[in-house]
Design a protein around this ligand. Sequence first.
Ligand code: PLP
Length: 440
Amino acid sequence: MTKILHRRIDHDYPAAVRGEGVRLWDADGREYIDASGGAAVSCLGHGHPDVLAAMHKQIDALAYAHTSFFTTPVAEELGDDLVANAPPGTSHVYLVSGGSEAVEAALKLARQYFVERGEPARRHFIARRQSYHGNTLGALAVGGNAWRRKQFAPLLIEAHHVSPCYAYRGRASDETPEAYGERLARELEAKIEELGPATVIAFVAETVVGATLGAVPAVPNYFRRVREICDRHGILLILDEVMCGMGRTGTLHACEQEGVSPDLMAVAKGLGGGYAPIGAVLVGGKVFDAVAQGSALFQHGHTYMGHPLACAAALAVQQVIRRDDLLANVRAQGAHLARRLNERFGNHPFVGDVRGRGLFMGVELVADRGTKEPFDPALKLNAQVKREAMARGLMVYPTGGTLDGERGDHILLAPPFIADAAVIDTIVERLGDAIDAALN
Ligand SMILES: Cc1ncc(COP(=O)(O)O)c(C=O)c1O
């Protein structure tokens, strides 16, 4: 009997023992195509020799040095690399060990920014319903998924939520995408005014919503209007690109496609590609300067921040992505994936929407395409799809609660950036079979 408190206590997990390229193998020798990169993590696939070599080299030289005593050459090099390729205005990087830590650090740095500036009355965060920002208490508090928040609600700091930008369900039939985005921007501004602009710290949003909505990009101009509103009220914009960033949507940062730069941005997952736990906050110059010219101490820190092995892994992952021009492959294979999904599911009676960007795609299941009525949550359709996909040697990332934390089912796809057309074709074929089997 296992001594691990697994994610689900009532589930028998196969043991993963080997990974190579887009595939994983379990202890019984079964092979799986990793079409979700775990949870949009394994951007280079598994066992990449150049990443492993860089990690071996680092661990032979130095595995760990505490950041209150030392910096390390590898952390400095990663910092230079990330800032050189960051959204305009980014001046520094704060290195942590994962996505939730990155979001927590961003929230605290945003608060400290205003304290340093002599605006301690600022205390509110505004985020969006149906977002996911991580599972630590601060990240969970800004997250907008009702189910994930529910049992911990008494422990969460106060956060305020506005509508997600979710055109499939939110846009009225007589509304243009631009008008829909404008309506949402006004809703944000109304919330800021209701709270009092001088009390708001930041607006927090995933640039492309991942786990809780299933790869939903915003409508055109939405983020430009959000940026304007934040600027007008002196509020920071925190983008969470933990899942959608670091190349997943075809550009290094998803916000490049929106034409906006955040003040703070959380990245993780694809930063280290799963080779080591690492996350980062990309810090805008104005935030850094306020702290540098104030207390000169960001009042935060973790034992494993800037871990040399994790930095070596992330640096190698980013260098390989650039050297092999893998973002071009993300765009090309992303277009191929979108085409194949639309061919397979465009007329499927129980697929309501196929959406996404780059190698980050979502498929939403509905009981009725006309009314968009979701399936009864008691069916646990998303779990059935996962089971049927695993039985066919396919890893995908299905989730329930798409509409409101309870109702709705979607499947997230996030294949490695090294996937070719033949792999994409196999993914779509197996997914189609898995969905049909789950619905029978
Ligand atoms: C958008 C987003 N933010 C934050 C997190 C939390 O990251 P982690 O699980 O590494 O703590 C996730 C994880 O799925 C995420 O998708």
